[in-house]
Design a protein around this ligand. Sequence first.
Ligand SMILES: [Zn+2]
Length: 340
Amino acid sequence: MAQKQKQSWNSARRAAILVVLLLALTGWAGTAGTEAFDPSRALSHARYLSETIGDRPAGSAGEQAAASWLAARFEELGYTVRVQPFTFSSEGRQQTSMNVVATRQGQAGYGIIYAGAHYDTVKRIPGVDYGGPGANDNASGVGVLLEAARVMAAETVTPTLTFIAFGAEELGLTGSRDYVATMPVWEWAQARAMVNFDCVGIGDELLLLVDREVDKAFAATLPVAPDAIERIAGGASDQASFADAGIPAVLFFMDREGAGSCGPNYHRPTDTFETLEPAAVERTGQAAVDALRYLAATAQADTAHLTFLPFLSAHPAKTTDFYNPKPRPLTSVAIPFELP
Ligand SMILES: [Zn+2]
């Protein structure tokens, strides 16, 4: 019995070695241990956010419930999660929102790749066709973010991966502005790229939108076959906060017939789960995973980061005005409130 087991183990080992040799000879890179993007999982996350939790305006109980739920999802996937609270002033009072930050530490010197999506919604105004459950804007993006995090958790990569669900985006990118403004210099020095997902559940054209001319070239390197790469006026979504800090950043956005809006139900009570188009979520999700895999696989060790960490001179591509040796805590911003 023991002998027979050993024999069969030996032959199994020989077979395994042969397979490895054959794969090496054929140059097959392999996808062993990798997961595929599953649009149905992304959609079920979007459904939970928009139907079970519902409205999630900044500072509300709904936003807080969404943050707790997101933190639990990222933890399940094996990420180290921290909830980063910040304050803002709206409607004449101080309120609190939070970013949910999920990290998987990589090897030193390989930098940090960020993926983000905002989970808050605009606040309803009674009697007016405004506000709602935000299925497309932006439960769709958060669904893609979570599912991409699941896929990437199964990959062997060298850089650090950081997935962030931003709060209070609808009040002037407040969550991502806070994240970047309070980012320690050592983290900023390691930031390699940021991909953001917003309004990705309706439409048949994948647009890569950037805030800076220089980011067009960055977007063009991503192997995601977009319908267009366009520069937009700054501040459309959370990637702008990273771009303003000199970090290559791009927004993944689904559009139809060049409408350039978040679908026909934008910021309305009718932005509901049934209006989402699975094909749009699938296309963005696949592109998201392809982009993250590419960014992770092409990250090179940067010894300059280790040697000159606190010095800006090591990062000539980044803007100098962002660098400030003094801490830059979030300044309370009065949120101008206006109807669409
Ligand atoms: Zn949005």
